[in-house]
Each structure stands twice: as structure tokens, then as C-alpha cells.
Design a protein. Structure first.
Length: 257
């Protein structure tokens, strides 16, 4: 693996499994030292151990300001600073609009949107210090659901649209501090989240989920493909890239049929 992230110090939220773990693995393979946080502390620590020496696993519930601040402080102490923040932690709610409860709505927004805000705010001092002498970056995990609507995902769509807009403003306001901000927008990826949604989507559309994926995006994306774009956005190769959202969808949003 090319050492395109040599010397980078990164924090990835929701890194105990799935996309977050794949991102951490790719960053580490590129030469970065990584703090992996997750609400499941055991999963975070196991994931960090699997990467070898120089990485750290931390508990972090992004719904808790205190836990977020503690995780960022632990990151900077363990790694000596922070160059890259990847806000990946998130959940889904798959339910029709009339059946989505207020509790579900508020919980999802608290994790998917306010969680991004909390982590960003807590990381900014360290990122600004890195940005003053080089390049610092924030990568937020959004979704094609933030670009177009999707049945059953009203709240999820709203949350990811908010993440994209928040990312754009961060890019504008933080540019002078040497901090770039971009978002990644995957479509259906081969993850447990998509597995949970598949039967619900099939039921509401009356179509086989595998056929929907085959027609609209060719196949499911892989977590490694999402990780590769994330790594690019954290590297020097994207040094003039900020305020953008990168769609990874096999053509799903670009096709009428």
C-alpha cells in the first residue's frame, strides 16, 4: 500500500465495524496512526488491536458531549495531535412517514447530525493546530439519501442532507485555519445496515431488493471502496478539495431508469 497518509493522525467514529472499520484499516495501511471510537468500546479496542501498534480504541457515544470531548482529548494525547477527523458514526430508521415516531426522529438526528457537530467542535482546536503548519481535514459520512429522497428513509434523508450542508459551511469558515471539509455519499453498500433495510424496501416497493440494486447501481458497493475515497480526502492528493460531496453510487442518482 502506498504510504499516502504517512504521519497523519486520525480519529474515526463508529469504527468498531462496517464502513468505519474499513476506513480505519485503509488509513492505517496508508501510514496513519488511528484512534478508533465506537459506542461499543470492546469492538473499538479489538479493531484497534487488529491494526497493530500505534493505534488506539476508545469508547465514544456521539450523543454525549462529555464522551466526545474525552475521546478527542484521549486521541490527541495518544497520537500527539490530530490531522484528520472522520465523522462516520450513524444509524438508520426504516419506516413510512406516518409510522416514524418523534422519539425515532430525534434520536436519529441526535446521532447523525448533532453527533457530527459535537465531534467537529471537540476536534477543532487540535485540527486548527495541525492546519496552521500543514493540512488538516474533516470527512463526514453522508449518503446519496442526502441528495435524493428514498421511501422509508425520510428522517435518514433529512439527516444526511443536513450533514452535506454543514460540511459546506465548515469548508468555507475553516479554510483560513487550514482545515478542509468534505462529505462522502455512498449508495447501497454491503453492510449490516443495508441488510436490515433490504426486506423493508422490498415490501414497500413490491420489488426484489437485489433486482433494485442490480438495475439502479449494478451491484452493492464495498466498504473498501468507501474507505478509498475517504483516504483520498484525508491525503495531500486532495489538498485543494473542500466543500464537496462525493457520490459513490454506481450511477444510481444519475439514471432515470
Amino acid at each position: 500500500m502506498e504510504q499516502d497518509l504517512e504521519g497523519r493522525r486520525a480519529h474515526v467514529t463508529g469504527a468498531g465495524r462496517g464502513i468505519g472499520l474499513a476506513i480505519a484499516q485503509r488509513l492505517a495501511a496508508g501510514g496513519a496512526r488511528v484512534a478508533l471510537s465506537d459506542v461499543d468500546e470492546d469492538a473499538a479496542k479489538a479493531a484497534a488491536a487488529s491494526l497493530g501498534d500505534g493505534h488506539v480504541g476508545l469508547r465514544c457515544n456521539v450523543r454525549s458531549t462529555d464522551e466526545v470531548r474525552a475521546a478527542m482529548a484521549a486521541t490527541t494525547e495518544a497520537l500527539g495531535g490530530l490531522d484528520l477527523l472522520v465523522n462516520n458514526a450513524g444509524i438508520e430508521v426504516g419506516a413510512p412517514v406516518p409510522e416514524t415516531t418523534e422519539e425515532e426522529f430525534m434520536r436519529l438526528l441526535d446521532i447523525n447530525v448533532t453527533g457530527v457537530y459535537r465531534c467537529t467542535q471537540a476536534a477543532l482546536p487540535a485540527l486548527a493546530e495541525a492546519g496552521a503548519s500543514g493540512d488538516a481535514a474533516i470527512v463526514n459520512m453522508a449518503s446519496v439519501a442526502g441528495v435524493v429522497g428514498c421511501p422509508l428513509l425520510s428522517v435518514y434523508c433529512a439527516s444526511k442532507a443536513a450533514v452535506i450542508r454543514y460540511t459546506e459551511v465548515c469548508a468555507i469558515e475553516l479554510r483560513q485555519a487550514g482545515i478542509r471539509a468534505n462529505a462522502v455519499c455512498p449508495a447501497f453498500i454491503d453492510t449490516l445496515m443495508v441488510d436490515r433495510l433490504a426486506p423493508k424496501v422490498a415490501e414497500v416497493t413490491g420489488l426484489d431488493f437485489a433486482e433494485i440494486v442490480a438495475v439502479k447501481q449494478g451491484r452493492k458497493g464495498t466498504v473498501e471502496e468507501v474507505a478509498e475515497v475517504t483516504a483520498f480526502l484525508g491525503s495531500d492528493e486532495s489538498s485543494w478539495t473542500t466543500g464537496a460531496h462525493f457520490v459513490l453510487d454506481g450511477g444510481l442518482t444519475g439514471s432515470l431508469l
